[in-house]
Design a protein around this ligand. Structure first.
Ligand code: AOF
Ligand code: ZN
Length: 354
């Protein structure tokens, strides 16, 4: 668990690499620790080895199988062997084709290896990495919802500022930093005129690309998103029949128009452009469309302790599902964000499969 909390410190800085933390133990005492701080920087195991004088005879605990390839850095398996580490305990296998095989290589070097410790927690931590390495046609899709207790994202007058409190809003900025892209529906842009940038204590290594999903292809060239597309990459996804018009409307802005028919094709086109993860921030219609298409891998739900009675629902209307036919979600995190509550749920079977 310590390796997992160390790993999390790399959030926003290491993608497309995984979040990795490593702890070195001797006789049950921590003698060194480290984490992968930055894409291209030393891996967690090497950072941990560098933090102590000697790791001779130590046990190295890591949330991911050590890599055994020469990438931007040398193989961690070689570093562990050279340092005289006696035992390696890791949580989940590395599905990356180039890096995989670390466990076998360590065993061949006479190092004792155990795996599967805290596997569910470690898989949830690296769900973006694990999924994007095994499913290469779609980005990892997360949906963020901030609602009242009765499920509304805005009041009857469509006012949404502020349903959640300041702690939750800061958390959302932290969350954004860990995604390649942030997505919203056209109506959200019209109503909220959001900036969709990361503004907080965390600075992402690469600012997330902003994606506006608009069937009609409409996006005001005067919106804040369109106006700042020169500094933060911005893509408008429009139906093929509408994309020409959109390009004409947005001439003079730096918004890129992507023609795609339907949400599935749009997501595939975004992945083909290198977007491995996307956080969708509303509104209800887009959220429902993604859920109906069964492409949502994770839901971050922030629940504010208020009742609005009526207003704009966080999720648009859906076909009813009988209780015995529902597919379940797996809770992976529950905690307080000031007065609000965060619930993170993952689509069943989306983790640890393959
Ligand atoms: C580890 N420990 O801390 C990380 C690992 O290009 P590189 O050298 O940075 O290698 C990136 C790959 O290495 C990445 O795709 C993943 O498979 C693995 N990441 N492995 O043993 C670490 N970050
Ligand atoms: Zn490595």
């Amino acid at each position: 668990m310590r390796a997992i909390s160390l790993a999390l410190q790399g959030w926003g800085r290491v993608a497309p690499n995984p979040l990795v933390g490593a702890v070195l133990l001797e006789d049950g005492e921590v003698v060194g620790e480290g984490y992968h701080r930055e894409f291209g920087a030393p891996h967690a195991e090497v950072a941990a080895l560098d933090s102590c004088e000697s790791a001779e005879g130590a046990t190295c605990v890591i949330n991911l199988e050590p890599c055994c390839h020469q990438g931007k850095t040398a193989a961690c398996t070689d570093a562990l062997e050279a340092a005289g580490v006696k035992r390696v305990v890791f949580a989940v296998q590395d599905p990356d084709r180039a890096a995989a095989g670390g466990a076998e290589s360590l065993r061949n070097a006479g190092i004792e290896v155990a795996s599967g410790v805290c596997a569910a927690e470690a898989a949830a931590l690296n769900s973006q990495f694990l999924l994007s390495r095994t499913r290469t046609d779609l980005p990892y899709v997360a949906l963020k919802l901030a609602t009242s207790l009765d499920g509304f994202i805005a009041d009857e007058n469509r006012r949404s500022q502020w349903i959640s409190g300041e702690v939750a809003r800061n958390y959302v900025h932290w969350l954004r930093a860990g995604f390649d892209a942030l997505g919203v529906g056209r109506r959200t842009v019209e109503e909220d005129d959001p900036q969709l940038t990361v503004r907080g204590d965390i600075e992402p290594r690469v600012p997330p690309t902003r994606i506006v999903f608009s069937r009609s292809g409409r996006l005001s060239p005067l919106s804040r998103i369109a106006q700042t597309a020169g500094t933060t990459p911005t893509i408008l996804v429009a139906e093929p029949g509408k994309s020409r018009e959109s390009e004409a409307d947005l001439e003079g802005t730096e918004v890129e128009v992507l023609a795609a028919s339907g949400i599935g094709e749009a997501l595939r086109a975004l992945r083909a452009k290198g977007i491995e993860s996307i956080l969708i921030e509303g509104g209800g219609t887009l959220a429902r469309e993604l859920l109906d298409a069964r492409v949502v891998d994770r839901l971050y739900w922030i629940q504010a302790p208020i009742l609005l009675g009526s207003g704009v629902p966080g999720l648009g209307p859906a076909h009813p599902t009988a209780l015995d036919c529902v597919s379940g979600w797996v809770p992976t995190e529950r905690r307080s964000l000031g007065r609000d509550t965060l619930l993170v749920v993952d689509r069943e079977l989306c983790l640890l499969e393959s």
